[in-house]
Design a protein around this ligand. Sequence first.
Ligand code: A3P
Length: 291
Amino acid sequence: MLAKIILITLLQITLALNDFKIQRKRLPDAILIGAKKSGTRALLTFISTHPNVSAADSEIHFFDKYYHLGLDWYKSQMPYSNDNQIVIEKTPKYLVDPKVPQRVFQMNKNIKLIVILRNPVTRAISEFVQSQHRQKRNINNVNEQSKRFVRMLYESKNQNFTIRKNWNIIKNGLYVNHIKNWMEYFPLESFVFINGDNLIQNPHDELEKLQKFLGLKPIIKKENFVLTNQKKGFPCIRLDSQNEEVKCLSDQKGRQHPKIPDNVIKQLQDFYRPYNNELFELIKQEPFWTV
Ligand code: A3P
């Protein structure tokens, strides 16, 4: 009897050790390339609760900033994973940096590319608010933020005021231009396009789409999402549908936006419209927002 117990214990230890051994670091199978301020953190947080996903916590910036450190360095930045998991990293800067697509292609031409997009007008305001927080400027004064946004938005050309196309906050939302750079290397099938506005309204729909694209069992479902009082208006995820424990995003996500005058919003919408139309034609999808 004792011999049998010892044998079983030894077997259990061997299995546990094997399990430990197969946890290793490897290059990612999928990259969340952007767009910045479209819900990239929420999407990564939600998909990370899937047992078959192992995601890097911080933004690695390998292909834009640290490329000179080489692929071994990139690999060393990856989370541990086992054979049943896919590895994901997110760096939203990749979408807009024109040198990145070729570098990613050279690493793995079959990599899966995750893109989350939200209305570029909302996205621009969100990035502006973030920049104000980073500069510790007008943090609690949304009226001042609104005025400053409008001041920075326009440039004067031949005595006309036009939208400053070269302002990064505006340029980052010209999604079609960025996607075209990526499509010089990757076919449409390499991408999944997630609707960042719908990720707030119906997160389960977007998670269903992402799980399917990644070839994962659809375990993250409607009942996994909850609206809590702390995060009014933004969904949090239940780590396990049997469990009360929920994970919400930090206070740096879901900030209050300044009220931008209606006429300015309309001008921005008009400005982005042709780019949006071209985008949805290019990616062969119905518009994610009213264009
Ligand atoms: P705001 O803070 O301007 O509202 P990113 O993670 O790419 O930086 O995107 C940040 C944006 O994600 C937030 O912008 C917020 O609107 C959006 N978001 C989407 N789902 C969210 C969630 N569940 N919790 C908090 N923010 C969420």
